[in-house]
Design a protein around this ligand. Structure first.
Ligand code: GLU
Length: 464
């Protein structure tokens, strides 16, 4: 069987971490089996669907590298197909008109509650044959009343539902719009979906959908319901727990490989391993191995993975993402890849790296007063001037020689290396933080370094 999975988000809210994990699992399952992964935007709720939310879905999946096959399907464009399916059910006496008003339904439920019963539609229009054309009606599915429907779930195992507990589902609203359960069945069948992978919040819909597949004589796909993600405190994931739009993780300096690696482990494991390349994931992942229990979101682990990917990626691979965070051109300064190589091990995330990279392209606008006070003592100007003096005479402006010169200057003045390196850093960067001073100087180049050192020294001596 050819595996074809889909991700079917409703663009009514932002794609967040839970939705992204569902998409990732569906993508991985398809790629593992050499199948297809497609995207269906479930935009039938026109009032609540927004273009912005659709854009976040597309941007978010692209950012995570979850490429989809075929052009995305927009569910609202398939309404005729949904209507045809409803008509087929009506023709086969498997669906009927229900004229019950909202008040009538409310009274019915109220009476059921009062009698200690579960509130559900009691099927009172099932046997009606009078066609009241002037009154609004919905179309309901004539669902089986006895026996059971079994969801043979790849993650949860066999889940049994008693048919008498399932009431007659509305297939089409009084305005002629199809409902979710009908549309999803028609679309999944038409699109040839072999595996429906989605959050376990949809499990209760699945017996209804299975009954519809049967009534429409369609092949039932394999279902896999993924347990939900909870916040670190065990409560349902909310904004407070970081349930923000997936694209915000990009803005916060996370790398897509880190987010993918993090998401996959929220519910799936392979021994004790934590780090997986995308290729390894494609080789190893199967949705049937997803665990049954809910997982907990853990920002610390995400940060840890992000740092891992930041420290181990090639500087070249990071160039574009760092450049995106910079609001200035790097063409007049050192090669960005060299700056990244100098900084990546020392950075927490891409934002941090970009902030640290700025000093290589912009001279300090001011000097950290506390750091100046701490590091500029009596004699400091003399050490720095001596260093500048010697450095300008170096035949080659390169790391080894610049380092050697720091050592000899420190020996000459009988001072520890920090007594010279920290003031140099402050003059070059405005703050006492930078990669090793010899590397910083060599990256900045002779002209820029000397200019910053001299200007800075003049400015600080004037101020004191
Ligand atoms: N559109 C549904 C949602 O966003 C998902 C439908 C499905 O996966 O079957 O929750």
């Amino acid at each position: 069987m050819t595996v074809k999975t889909r991700f079917a988000p409703s663009p009514t809210g932002m794609l967040h971490i839970g939705g992204a994990r569902t998409a990732l699992y569906a993508w991985l399952h398809a790629r593992h089996h050499g199948g297809q992964f497609v995207l269906r935007i479930e935009d039938t709720d026109k009032e609540r669907s927004t273009d912005e939310a659709t854009q976040v879905i597309l941007d978010g999946l692209k950012w995570l590298g979850l490429n989809w096959d075929e052009a995305p399907t927009f569910q609202a464009e398939r309404i005729e197909k949904h209507k045809q399916a409803v008509q087929q059910l009506i023709n086969n006496d498997l669906a009927y008109r229900c004229y019950c008003s909202r008040e009538e339904l409310d009274d019915m439920r109220e009476a059921q509650r009062a009698a200690g019963q579960k509130p559900m539609y009691d099927g009172r229009c099932r046997h009606r044959h009078d066609e009241k054309t002037d009154q609004p009606f919905v179309i309901r599915f004539r669902s089986p009343t006895d026996g059971e429907t079994i969801v043979d779930d790849q993650v949860l195992g066999a889940v049994h539902f008693q048919n008498k507990e399932i009431d007659d589902l509305i297939l089409m609203r009084s305005d002629g719009s199809p409902t979710y359960n009908l549309a999803v069945v028609v679309d999944d069948a038409d699109m040839g979906i072999s595996h429906v992978i989605r959050g376990s919040d949809h499990l209760n819909n699945t017996p209804r959908q299975i009954q519809l597949y049967q009534a429409l004589n369609l092949t039932i796909p394999t279902f896999a319901h993924i347990p939900l993600i909870h916040g670190a405190d065990g409560a349902k994931m909310s904004k407070r727990h970081g349930a923000v739009a997936i694209t915000d993780y990009k803005k916060q300096g996370y790398l897509p490989d880190a987010v993918v690696n993090y998401l996959v482990r929220l519910g799936w494991s392979h021994g004790d391993e934590e780090i997986f390349s995308r290729q390894q994931l494609i080789e190893l992942f199967d949705v049937a191995q997803v665990g049954k229990s809910a997982s907990r979101f853990d920002t610390q682990k995400l940060d840890w993975l992000n740092a891992h990917y930041l420290h181990t990626s090639s500087a070249n691979a990071l160039c574009d993402v760092v450049q995106e965070q910079l609001d200035f051109s790097t063409s007049t300064g050192p090669e960005l890849t060299q700056v990244i190589a100098a900084l990546q091990e020392r950075s927490k995330n891409i934002l941090d790296l970009a902030a640290q990279a700025t000093m290589f392209y912009q001279a300090p606008a001011s000097y950290d007063a506390k750091a100046v006070k701490k590091n500029f003592k009596e004699g400091t100007t003399a050490f720095v001037e001596s260093y500048i003096e010697q450095a300008q005479r170096l035949p080659e402006w390169e790391k080894e020689a610049l380092h050697q010169l720091i050592s000899t200057t420190c020996e000459k003045f009988e001072i520890k290396m920090g007594k010279l390196a920290q003031p140099l850093r402050i003059l070059l960067a405005g703050v006492p933080v930078s990669p090793p001073i010899d590397l910083t100087l060599s990256l900045l180049g002779r002209e820029e370094s000397l200019q910053r050192l001299k200007q800075g020294l003049a400015q600080l001596s004037n101020a004191s």
